[in-house]
Design a binder for this molecule. Sequence first.
Ligand code: GLP
Length: 239
Amino acid sequence: MVATFKNYQDLSAFAANKIIRLVKHKKNAVLCLAAGDTPALTYHLVVETAKREAISFSEIIFTGLDEWVGIGPDIPGSCYHFLQQKIFGPLGIKKTQIHFFNSMATDLQQECNRINTIIQTVRGIDLALVGIGLNGHVGFNEPGIDPAGNAHVVTLDEVTSIVGQKYFKTNTALSKGITLGMAQIMQAREVLLLANGAKKAAIIRRTLKEDISNAVPAGFITTHPNGWILLDEEAAAEL
Ligand code: GLP
């Protein structure tokens, strides 16, 4: 389903409401949350509502979506740091509730296996909230990926390495990522893909108008039975 909202505020309120409703309904839901600029307001609204309505997140399980290889959790710009600041910290989420990639691990393949096992053990993701890269990536599932893949290490697309600089104060080498695979995202019981702003309009056009293929990984989400593409008017401008 594609839904277009008047603005970023309304889009974020819709996504936040989906998370809140799930958490109210399923105390031990498994959430997979993207970092990035796009979901920042959604997380702010989730925190605000949870505090106002005293909604407990104490049994919710969080899985990581992706991380820059070699960028530790304490470094501003890492996906973990972002989520810690925006949602884990404000909601008082315990470390035991969070299953995130350790992108500093010496054996990254083993790290992928660890996360794959955790996702199986928790019986899959209830809700995955993802963004879209300017090249159509989801997590770090870059153009050309195997849609049947699970967690893996990836050499980042040039676009991703360049655009990713926006999260860091100083120039940072970003050459590899570690990410859940497209199959794990597609197996989530519900997927929300959020896109806002004029800079996303061209890739949203490709996502929704081109034949579905791994050239634009975000396109796969349009085939998910509970997949939502949530746009603001600027991101939907080329449709
Ligand atoms: C980044 C992240 C993705 C994110 C996407 C969009 O590189 N690895 O998980 O969803 O690209 O980011 P943004 O929301 O900042 O546009």
